[in-house]
Design a protein around this ligand. Structure first.
Ligand code: ZN
Length: 318
């Protein structure tokens, strides 16, 4: 008994005295809720499509294509990742999927990657087929910065960056999807690029939110990143809700599911409003990190009220 107590004391002492460095590089992923923050990030990405559509007048003529685009945008995984480092804090705003140009092209041709991804359960399910060449799409994505607000010290768009020389690698996890366009890959590769170019410092702490469950490919890539750059990572993934979600969510999972459902509603309202042939052209960027009035939308509303206020939210970009 005395012996056991000694071991307990020694291990307690070890835990207390462990240097911080031993915790750095640890990745923790758990269910969470952050629908307002994610809705704002989604809004900036949707607005980029809204602005870009002015350069694709032929796309606007097809109601079917526009419907497919709305479904596509509602289903994309959104990631909002805050990096607190010794020199400051920067928030990275990512979405899954191809460049705007390739997204519109694949919806026009009606290939497999144009299928809406509703009803799926992981971010991987929103992944793209390999019909688009990654390096071509990297160039297209870079050119599309004009459709986004300028990056600031505090906020940045997560870009599609080349996979060569990156520790953030998408993997084949045997699910039939290509994960190179996952939102998390874009976010962590953009942070890696910022660290390598001195925009931010290594050795910081990440707190992030992802609108769907994080796939095995992204988990492995994030762990590589965390180890390489000595970064502690806390990520909260939102669990998609089934039909049996109780009215009053109590568990962590149920709260995450309720939040996921709120986010889906807010995104549908915003996407239906913006991706409308009547509202394309001469649009202003929505500044990072998205419009503050979305917060009120989530704070005040039950799901019922949210639907009633659809018109109010829809008027927000005037
Ligand atoms: Zn993934």
């Amino acid at each position: 008994m005395k012996h056991a107590l000694t071991i307990f004391r020694v291990s307690l002492l070890t835990v207390v005295l462990l240097p911080h460095a031993l915790w750095a590089g640890v990745v923790n992923i758990e269910p969470g809720a952050a629908s307002a923050k994610l809705a704002k990030t989604a809004q900036v990405h949707t607005t980029a499509f809204q602005i870009a559509l002015a350069d694709h007048p032929e796309f606007l003529k097809s109601g079917k294509q526009m419907r497919k685009l709305r479904a596509k945008l509602r289903g994309q995984t959104i990631a909002r990742v805050e990096y607190m480092h010794p020199g400051g804090t920067r928030v990275y705003h990512g979405r899954s999927g191809h460049s705007i140009r390739s997204t519109l092209a694949s919806l026009k041709s009606g290939n497999r990657s144009s299928r809406p991804s509703e009803g799926t359960t992981t971010s991987g399910s929103d992944s793209e087929t390999s019909l688009v060449d990654l390096s071509d799409d990297v160039a297209a994505d870079a050119a599309e910065q004009v459709y986004y607000p300028e990056n600031t010290r505090e906020d940045a768009r997560a870009r599609l960056l080349p996979e060569e020389e990156s520790v953030v690698q998408a993997r084949d996890i045997g699910d039939g999807h290509v994960h190179a366009w996952d939102a998390e890959i874009k976010v962590f590769r953009t942070i890696e690029n910022d660290i390598r170019t001195g925009v931010v410092l290594p050795g910081g702490k990440i707190t992030g939110y992802v609108s769907k469950t994080i796939c095995a490919s992204c988990r492995a890539a994030i762990e590589e990143f965390a180890g390489e750059f000595d970064v502690t990572v806390d990520l909260y993934e939102m669990i998609e809700a089934g039909k049996d979600l109780p009215r009053t969510p109590t568990t962590v999972i149920e709260k995450s599911q309720a939040s996921s459902r709120h986010l889906a509603k807010a995104r549908k309202i915003d996407v239906d409003h913006r991706i409308d042939p009547q509202r394309i052209g001469n649009r202003r960027h929505v500044s990072w990190p998205g419009e503050a009035r979305i917060d009120a939308f989530f704070l005040e509303e039950s799901a019922q009220r949210a639907t009633e206020d659809a018109g109010e939210l829809a008027a927000c970009d005037r």
